[in-house]
Unconditional design. Structure first.
Length: 273
């Protein structure tokens, strides 16, 4: 039974979960190892937490560390009539409105010295968090939390009348079948590294108000836009043909960066799967 501060109004599923018994000598080591191998993926806060966390989970599994994943869902992902999301300030200030907007988030969950701990480099890359502190950082008063087997890669959704991404069904699937065949893990990791490459190289336009600032933030500050253009070679309501023609040179540049990153992360993922 997980006891949380009364200020949180939430839906917590009843699950059986395994926890780690980690010695004093290795707890900090595991955290620093994950930080080393996952840099700079977690610096891009907009998305792919499920891919970064799954990659982290594979590392812990290779070390023989028992752990789970902790998933948090905003009401918009499980209630038809809700638009509530998790909204946090974007520390990189690349989001068009300055906010991170998450429908869900996932991190590593384990136990150390009798305490439930969360390894979440997206929220704190300096130290592990207690579960209560992790929930507090979400700044959400209503949410659903699942603690799940680490082999679960992502969740199933069902069709919705109002949600284009569907509604969470409460069920999960493993990294096998179509998602593994289509290399979802490496593609997600490559997107995040490419976003950080863009952030570092084009920082002047992201930091200061230039004629390119608005379009660049629209491109890199929303993960679905970045994935649409670089991963899917497609268009959407924001990444129109006109937008992509206008910025053809910069898009072409970062398609090459993405392809390079994808090749690298494909090899790394295959080595640990």
């Amino acid at each position: 039974m997980i006891v949380l501060p009364k200020k949180y109004r939430m839906v917590l599923t009843q699950v059986n979960y395994r926890t780690s018994q980690i010695t004093d000598n290795y707890f900090d080591y595991y955290f620093e190892e994950l930080k080393y191998f996952l840099t700079p993926l977690f610096d891009y806060k907009q998305g792919n937490c499920h891919n970064v966390t799954h990659y982290a989970s594979l590392f812990l599994k290779s070390y023989g560390v028992h752990h789970d994943k902790i998933w948090i869902y905003a009401p918009t992902r499980y209630l038809e009539d809700s638009k509530l999301t998790i909204q946090l300030p974007d520390p990189n200030n690349i989001s068009p409105n300055g906010l991170l907007t998450w429908g869900y988030h996932v991190a590593i969950f384990l136990q150390y010295a009798g305490e439930e701990c969360v390894f979440d480099l997206f929220l704190d890359s300096e130290k592990p968090l207690s579960m209560a502190k992790w929930l507090e950082k979400m700044q959400a008063r209503k949410f659903r939390v699942d603690i799940e087997n680490p082999d679960n890669y992502l969740f199933y959704t069902q069709p919705s009348e109002t949600k284009k991404n569907g509604l969470f069904t409460g069920q999960y699937f493993k990294y096998e079948g179509i998602c593994r065949e289509q290399n979802w893990l490496a593609k997600g990791l490559a997107i995040n590294e490419t976003a950080i490459n863009f952030y570092k190289n084009e920082n002047f336009h992201l930091k200061y108000n230039t004629p390119l600032s608005t379009d660049y933030k629209l491109f890199v500050g929303r993960v679905n836009n970045l994935e649409c253009v670089l991963r899917d070679n497609s268009i959407n309501k924001k990444m129109t043909e006109e937008f992509q023609l206008k910025h053809a040179n910069i898009i072409s540049k970062y398609r090459l960066v993405y392809e390079h990153n994808l090749e690298k992360w494909t090899k790394r993922a295959q080595a640990i799967l």
